[in-house]
Design a protein around this ligand. Structure first.
Ligand SMILES: C[S@@+](CC[C@H](N)C(=O)[O-])C[C@H]1O[C@@H](n2cnc3c(N)ncnc32)[C@H](O)[C@@H]1O
Length: 261
């Protein structure tokens, strides 16, 4: 990927400063907008991806569309939880208020936000994301996105983002330091050709989960290691998940490994 960072047209000094900080954090060139279109910037700098420090947060323009923070299904899933309806991920985790979750594959943080809501004020959710771009976009959204709903916004603010590869990071964590360790890797076979997910695919780390990561996760998880995958995926057996749960008609399922109490 060839990335440049720029601002919206007529940026405020704060937006310029934010763009500068993003460029430095991502090690990408900062380019003055100078009334140029994104196409003109791409051509001038030989860039395929342009990160625009926009008024409502960073927007990453990939060849497959724009990637920016949004709640995706998180709000609907939170509404369902509030209505007493089950959420398959929360059930697979056995997540209850006050528990802690390490989400090894944060992405857009939809799952982490739902986990944060379920874990509540006394709980703790930390999300690892290896892509610096995704970590920046998601980190901004979790810190600043305003949904207009205090309960949803509070769940966002409680998710801590760490720009790290779980393969190295898990080994740095103390044994039994989280109740649940969760993986939602990029599916080996995408479940649906969703256009809104295309830009994420461009930016995301596509590597499969390895047995060493599962072994490391088992040491960190006090209660369970949970992995989300496509229904019927061979990844469950390859990684040793004997228990698989999920909705009868759902296209995704959850592998569950009990690790302790
Ligand atoms: C399918 S997405 C996760 C979606 C997320 N559960 C959500 O609700 O938005 C997988 C994410 O994990 C990240 N990822 C893949 N391998 C990783 C690794 N080794 N360490 C940290 N993050 C990783 C990818 O970059 C991608 O953003």
């Amino acid at each position: 990927m060839n990335l440049i960072v720029t601002t919206i047209h007529k940026p405020t000094p704060a937006a310029e400063e934010y763009a500068r900080a993003l460029a430095s954090r991502l090690g990408a060139p900062l380019v003055a907008r100078e009334r140029r279109s994104l196409a003109a910037l791409r051509a001038a700098y030989g860039a395929d991806t342009v990160l625009v420090a926009a008024k409502d947060g960073p927007v990453v323009h990939t060849p497959d569309g724009a990637y920016f923070f949004h709640l995706s299904m998180a709000e609907l899933r939170i509404n369902n939880l509030k209505d007493g309806k089950p959420d398959h991920m929360i059930a697979a985790m056995g997540l209850a208020p006050g528990m802690s979750v390490l989400d090894c594959t944060l992405g857009l943080a939809t799952d982490a936000i739902v986990a944060s809501f379920a874990a509540g004020e006394e709980g703790r959710v930390v999300g690892l994301e290896s892509s610096p771009l995704i970590a920046a976009v998601t980190g901004y959204g979790l810190a600043a996105f305003a949904s207009g709903r205090p309960d949803v916004d509070a769940a966002l603010r409680r998710v801590a983002v760490v720009n790290a590869d779980y393969n190295g990071h898990l080994a740095t964590l103390p044994a039994a330091s989280f109740d649940i360790v969760f993986f939602d890797p990029m599916f080996r076979t995408p479940v649906m050709a969703s256009s809104s997910l295309q830009p994420l695919r461009q930016l995301a780390d596509p590597r499969p989960v390895g047995p060493a990561a599962i072994a490391a996760a088992r040491l960190v998880a006090r209660r369970r290691v949970v992995m989300k995958e496509a229904r019927g995926s061979g990844e469950f057996a390859r990684l040793g998940f004997a228990t698989i749960v999920g909705g009868k008609y759902s296209s995704v399922h959850y592998g569950v490994m009990e690790t302790g109490c």
